[in-house]
Design a protein around this ligand. Sequence first.
Ligand code: GDP
Ligand code: MG
Length: 296
Amino acid sequence: ATSYVGFDSITQQIEHKLLKRGFQFNVIVVGQTGLGKSTLINTVFASHLIDSKGRLESNEPVRQTTEIQAVSHVIVENGVKLRLNIVDTPGYGDQVNNENCWDPIVKYIKDQHSAYLRKELTAMRDRYILDTRIHCCLYFISPTGHSLRAIDVIVMKKLSEVVNVVPVIAKADSLTLEERVAFKQKIRAELVYHNIRLYPFDTDENDEEEIQLNESIRSVIPFAVVGSERSVIIDGKSVRGRKNRWGVVNVEDENHCEFMHLRNFLTRTHLQDLIETTAQIHYEAFRSKQLLALKE
Ligand code: GDP
Ligand code: MG
């Protein structure tokens, strides 16, 4: 056909450009001290982070996180480069007076928006702005089996106004399967009751496929997870797990916990959507507020 001009190669052109640039993904972990935040992050990206100077090879005692701390990693899979920023936060709510203990975390998230906006507004814009905006906040809930603590409700509400919040039930190995199911339902009901709008958001523009995907994610949230920085041998295979007197929790076994669901969610199914939602909803809200304030 003589009318063919070849613009369909635009998809390859875009792909080539994106691959060259790579992707940036920023995650923050929030929750009480000792809930396994640092451990889980190391488990999610374990195979990739082993060579970073983590404590995976050493036998240091468990580190305590005392300040908001960002660690960068570059991961390459099949020629696709992912720059991963993991922001670890000190536990909050450990004090006698917990008033405003979430402020530093909310401020950190807003500061990243602010930095991005400043770069956007510079006359000689950089062609590519380094993106430190937080795309996902993993919120760790203590596995009490009862209900959310008052402080969880407040903090999740505050955070959900500025970032994609994804709640997880920490150390799920301390709940039986029945307790886990009941606890999840309880948490979901409480989130609805307190009118906390968490990721994923429905918009009018969503097509059938997106609606389905969101529903499937809502049916697992909060992810009941177990983390471990150690490997155990199961059936001759080395897997991440926790060994105790009555047996082994295989972190990667879907019958044991939802670690794999969470990992797939973060690295396979929702990576792009988390990034997009951050720009289109959270950053946009911040930006229009700032620009409005400038005009006044
Ligand atoms: P953080 O303060 O939230 O960063 O917690 P850490 O990751 O430092 O973990 C605190 C302790 O809990 C460590 O001794 C971990 O080995 C342990 N731990 C971490 N994840 C789990 C889990 O899923 N189940 C259980 N039972 N213990 C865990
Ligand atoms: Mg920690």
